[in-house]
Structure formats: C-alpha cells, structure tokens
Design a protein around this ligand. Structure first.
Ligand SMILES: [Zn+2]
Length: 118
C-alpha cells in the first residue's frame, strides 16, 4: 500500500483515511491540520475562534501544556501521558493547529508535535 499523496510505502498500522484516500500520517496531518481553501467553514471558524475566544477545552489545554514542557512529543507519548486515544488526540489537536498554537513537525522519521512558533 502506498500513500495517495506522496507515494511513501505504508504499513497497516499507520494508514490514514481521508476523503476516500489512503494517506501516510504526514499527508493526513497536512490535510486535517491545515485549513484549506476548499474547506471555508473550517478556516472561517478557526479564525473566528482565535480572535474572539481563545478558549480551549481542558483536554486541549493539557495537550498544549504537555507540548510546552516536553516538545517535541509524538502522538503516542501524548496519548500515553494523558490516557487518551489517538483519535481523541487528533480531534483535539486540530483546533490547536487552527489557532496556530501547535503544529506537527518531523523528528527523524517520527511525526512529533510542538509549539507553533518553536
Ligand atoms: Zn504521504
């Protein structure tokens, strides 16, 4: 199996599905973590959020604090320390990325998460 976007070989445990495409974690994160022009609602709501109410859920605050202290961290490390599932982490990470508080980055072969401006 190969990533539909960048063509990297995929292992069955790090395959991501997005809009019917099979993607590697990088490409998947690019798509879900970056507001795109084709998704005006996401861009709109993210901008609105960051201007009017920079309010995070308790879980999002925990994720952000964890990244602040230990960055960069992998999703596994974050999930382990917070006792959440990876899908929980992802859905909570997306708003942090939209608000430009945190972002994904590459550390060697691993995808890690770090503060947006670090
Ligand atoms: Zn890819």
């Amino acid at each position: 199996m190969k990533c539909a976007k960048c063509g990297v070989d995929l292992h069955s445990d790090d395959v991501y599905e997005y809009a019917g495409q099979t993607l590697c974690e990088d490409c998947y994160l690019d798509l879900v973590a970056t507001p795109k022009a084709c998704d005006p609602w996401a861009v709109h709501s993210a901008k609105k959020m960051s201007k009017n109410q920079l309010s995070l859920t308790p879980l999002q605050e925990k994720i952000l604090n964890l990244i602040k202290e230990g960055d960069p961290l992998t999703a596994e490390e974050i999930c382990e320390q917070l006792g959440i599932s990876e899908s929980e982490f992802r859905s909570n990470f997306v708003p942090l990325r939209h608000m430009e508080l945190a972002r994904a980055c590459k550390e060697g072969n691993k995808v890690c998460y770090t503060l947006f401006d670090s």
